[in-house]
Design a binder for this molecule. Structure first.
Ligand SMILES: [Zn+2]
Length: 105
């Protein structure tokens, strides 16, 4: 979303989200390595999971240690369809996060 003051749309979009989703979209995921649940057809799978929103990232590592493929598995509803410029920016997520934090006081 282009306009910083278009918070009505942002609040409507994020209204049903858990706090963890707002946190991750504001400050980024908090990753922790977990065991892979499957064997890759080649290479080694390095799986990490966000302790807040439970998004998983699966990297296929080649024998040189390089990341060959990267795949994200998000919780249902986490991804926002549409163009990047139509989605909230980090400043707007920050405002939602701060608003929720202040409500808890
Ligand atoms: Zn997360």
């Amino acid at each position: 979303m282009k306009e910083d003051d278009d918070m009505n749309a942002v609040n409507k979009l994020t209204n049903t989200w858990p706090d963890s989703w707002v946190t991750c979209r504001t400050i980024g995921h908090s990753w922790k390595p977990i065991n892979a649940e499957r064997k890759p057809s080649w290479g080694t799978l390095l799986v990490i999971q966000c302790v807040n929103c439970h998004t998983k990232r699966e990297d296929t590592i080649n024998r040189f240690g390089e990341v060959s493929t990267r795949n994200y598995i998000h919780p249902d509803g986490y991804l926002i369809p549409g163009k990047r410029e139509d989605k909230p920016n980090r400043m707007q997520y920050r405002r939602v996060l701060i608003s929720r934090m202040n409500k808890g006081k």
